[in-house]
Design a protein around this ligand. Structure first.
Ligand code: ADP
Length: 162
């Protein structure tokens, strides 16, 4: 039976840090479903629609075997069950991610104890890379080409000019 993992997040937009975690997850599991949150309760309005966020990821993971992206508007654990995943893989950056992830982990565990969450430590070069940081850089005309895939850099620059 093939082992499936889910990598959930807002991905507004996907960064090279996310892609690092996704490709590392792809090396560990047969299939990886990148799950794009389509109901951002905690983070307010997104810059890109769920469709755009999914399309950016699909483009960026084209060469990664067994990886696809999908949006969802249910509990993460429900999404995981629906796609047949037993594992949720998340990236951990600095200490700031830890508290939030610990809370989410306990909530998810209550909902679905059979689904395990696995945490991959951020690669040092991406430890301080976030979607919100990239958006802020882009607003002020900063260099983002080495932080996000080319399609995202292009669309960010267009979007923020408006
Ligand atoms: P963000 O905090 O950038 O909005 P998301 O909600 O899209 O991130 O995050 C999805 C997952 O990716 C989370 O598990 C988050 O910790 C992880 N992640 C985000 N950026 C990085 C990075 N630069 N390196 C490793 N993991 C990351």
């Amino acid at each position: 039976m093939s082992e499936i993992a889910v990598c959930p997040g807002s991905y507004d937009p996907v960064t090279n840090g996310h892609l690092d975690i996704i490709s590392r997850a792809a090396a560990l599991y047969d299939e990886v479903v990148v799950a794009v949150v389509n109901h951002p309760v905690r983070k307010g309005k997104t810059l890109f629609t769920a469709e755009e966020r999914v399309a950016f990821i699909e483009e960026a993971v084209r060469d990664m075997k067994g990886v696809r992206a999908e949006s969802f508007r249910t509990l993460v654990v429900e999404f995981a069950e629906r796609v047949g995943a037993k594992v949720i893989v998340k990236g951990l950056r600095a200490i700031s991610d830890f508290e939030y992830e610990l809370e989410m982990n306990q909530l998810n565990r209550q909902q679905a104890p059979q689904i395990e969450s696995i945490y991959l430590m951020a690669s040092p070069k991406y430890s301080f890379l976030s979607s919100s940081g990239v958006k802020e850089l882009a607003i002020f005309g900063g260099e983002i080409d080495n932080l996000v895939p080319p399609i995202v850099a292009k669309r960010l620059q267009e979007e923020l000019k408006r």
